[in-house]
Design a protein around this ligand. Sequence first.
Ligand code: NAP
Length: 327
Amino acid sequence: MTAEFVKIEGIPKPASRVALGTWAMGGSMWGGADDDNARKTIDKALDVGINLIDTAPVYGFGHSEEILGKALEGRRDRVVLATKVGLNWQDGQVFRDSRKARIEEELDASLKRLRTDHIDLYQVHWPDPKTPFEETARALEKIVQGGKVKALGLSNFSPEQMDEFRKFAPVATIQPPYNLFEREIEKDILPYAVKNNLIVLAYGPLCRGLLSGKMTADHVFTGDDLRKVDPKFQQPRFNQYLTAVEALKTIAAQHGKSLLALAIRWVLDRGPTIALWGARKPEQITGVQDAFGWTLSEGDMAAIDRILGTTITDPVGPEFMAPPARS
Ligand code: NAP
């Protein structure tokens, strides 16, 4: 089964509806990483038909972009390359910073690390409450006009913030958290995307590994792994999610699929979406083809909702990830 593709306004090449997310490859906040495995994961992603790759300067403080730049040398034209802008860091502390000067500095640094002369999709990582959206949007629009960026995206923006930003620059995509367990965007952001013809790059489609179906209650997260502080992975709540995972496996089995394929298919069947599959080992994306070529029925969707309603009595979202504003 071949991958499914979608057109992103402004980008000539259609993008695969499963993209490779490279946050964990950067090494920080995921308990360390292995560059050799990261390189093999990128090779594998291209082999299985993934052509959209998402990264950000902050992932490993440049390291994820560097790995990607090296891996894509000689084959840059095969991919739709997405990175981000609008975060800054000092002494390892990350904060929001979408000032014009910061954007110009970050663009140069990203192009150098990615070893390319253009970025296909350039996304504002988090809204910066201390910089007018007009300043950020106009700076980015100028970069698009100059040809170094093909299209703009917004990540973690509310509809009101997107409305304000879009007064000054056109936007092609949004990137919110979205998976079976984290569905906040269904209230307003997903309808907003549909109404305004925006493609949704859903991040965390596996809920940081919970929906891989391979996690157990005694799983130990090491080093700086963010799941040590992720409230979903703390007991007694963790057990509620693991119980849901076991029940969801029965629905996947009815289709002859893994839970992981079901989790990705669920995202793809909810709207104009792309699932950003976070992987750092090649074997993690071996089963990507299982997500394509079938759909979940309304009955399946209702059965999934019933499972979530009965097993997860104390739900929590991904809000813990939000970085602070500039001080
Ligand atoms: P995710 O895709 O929900 O989960 C990724 C984790 O799932 C992996 O690190 C891996 O954990 C596990 N996994 C993946 N494939 C697996 C397999 N076949 N078997 C078992 N486990 C598997 O979460 P995410 O990485 O947070 O999100 C994906 C991407 O979205 C990121 O890489 C990034 O590009 C983007 N993102 C963007 C934002 C934003 O603010 N815009 C925020 C978060 C993420 P282990 O390697 O530990 O086993």
